[in-house]
Design a protein around this ligand. Structure first.
Ligand code: ADP
Ligand code: MG
Length: 377
């Protein structure tokens, strides 16, 4: 079943609804010798569905349905167009939106959000598009002025750190009387163009990557959050003002930290990651349940920060990144269950078209390689 988060909100006498869209993106096999011939353990079935091997029973597959499934051939542009571009106009109208990449370390979250010079991801594409939309509005001279700004922060060990002001201390998260979430003291930089964004963002990202190699992959153990704020001001009286916020989030790796045998500082980090991702999952569940369920935003820094941009009248998109290799199987399984909450078990073995493992004398192949599934009836 596709995830359907519906939040009914009474707004100016009418009902506004919004739900969390869930997309799944499968990355291609990033070929390693040892995995050659093993084939993937997950594959797409269509534009909204996929299946994985059922480890409990080889005669079954587990099938999942989402709002969108991006297969391993999906381009950065396709992911942007279908999952992100449609929410951006709302940000110019004083509404909030959030896009976050979820999934185990190595499954493609940073590739999806940030990408590379050759294959830019959602962040550069979205910021470019925001400036494009602003310019288009301005050229209409409709009586409003627009200003775009950015903040960039990291949540690490339940501490909120300003990435535009390295060395800063843990920042508090507050709520104003209109229930907007704000972080006093967080650097906010006004941007005049996309290249201006680039100038500020790149060094801050590099800071984070450098720290990650020194501090044992810190980047996979913290949530990186880019905030793009669009303030729309009426030029004449009554000088109304609307602020739209766009959060672009590269979440910490969702792998089960208990299994990795973490100790000491790693264990503390694991606790913090587990707390925030577990709370995120509870928030998503509560939104999904609808009605008057209390939504536990306050239980972690991540969800507290996203409170006004996740659920309610906000436009939220979660992209769950998964990897095809067998060594990711359990993390894939957990990530899919987080994203889907329900699945269908289909009585049909997972067909591995690409498997052809020669049986070398005296060396039996692993059982899962040995089962050559018959083709579908
Ligand atoms: P994560 O941020 O989830 O830990 P990364 O984005 O760093 O994962 O991806 C792990 C590796 O896989 C990187 O080398 C990345 O370039 C590559 N990769 C991820 N997704 C894709 C994709 N869709 N196409 C090609 N390479 C990818
Ligand atoms: Mg990453």
């Amino acid at each position: 079943m596709a995830q359907r988060v519906t939040v009914a909100e009474a707004a100016a006498g009418s009902k506004r609804t919004s739900r969390l869209r869930v997309a799944v993106r499968l990355r291609p096999c990033v070929g390693e010798q040892e995995e050659k011939g093993e084939g993937p353990c997950v594959r797409g079935l269509g534009p909204q569905s996929l299946e994985v091997v059922n480890w409990r029973n080889a005669t079954e597959t587990l099938q999942y349905q989402f709002d969108v499934f991006h297969g391993d051939q999906a381009t950065q542009q396709e992911v942007f167009l279908s999952s992100v571009k449609p929410v951006l106009p709302h940000v110019l109208n004083g509404q909030n939106a959030s896009v976050f990449a979820y999934g185990p370390t190595g499954a493609g979250k940073t590739h999806t959000m940030l990408g590379s010079q050759e294959q830019p991801g959602i962040i550069p594409r979205a910021v470019r598009e925001v400036f494009h939309l602003v310019r288009a509005q301005e050229s209409k001279q409709d009586g409003w002025d627009y200003s775009v700004g950015m903040s960039y922060l990291e949540i690490y060990n339940e501490k909120v750190l300003d990435l535009l002001s390295p060395g800063s201390q843990d920042l508090p998260i507050r709520e104003d009387k209109d229930r907007n979430i704000l972080i006093p003291g967080l650097t906010h930089t006004t941007l005049s163009s996309f290249s201006d964004f680039h100038t500020h963002f790149v060094p801050a990202s590099l800071n984070r990557t450098t720290a990650s190699t020194k501090l044992n992959q810190r980047s996979s153990r913290s949530h990186a959050i880019l905030l793009i704020k669009v303030v729309k001001s009426q030029i004449g009286p009554p000088h109304r003002q609307q602020t739209g916020k766009l959060y672009l989030v590269d979440l910490a790796g969702s792998e089960d930290n208990r299994r990795t045998g973490n100790k000491g500082i790693r264990l503390k980090e694991s606790g913090a990651i587990n707390l925030s991702l577990f709370t995120l999952s509870k928030v998503v569940d509560s939104l999904n349940a609808g009605g008057s369920v209390r939504i536990p935003y306050r239980d972690s820094k991540l969800t507290r920060l996203l409170q006004d941009s996740l659920g309610g009248s906000a436009h939220s998109v979660m992209i769950t990144n998964i990897a095809p290799e067998y060594r990711y199987y359990f993390d894939t399984f957990t990530a899919l269950n987080f994203a889907a909450k329900s699945k269908t078990i289909v009585n049909k073995p997972f067909v591995r078209e690409t498997v052809s493992v020669p049986i070398i004398a005296g060396k039996r192949p692993r059982e899962d390689r040995e089962v050559q599934a018959p083709s579908e009836p």
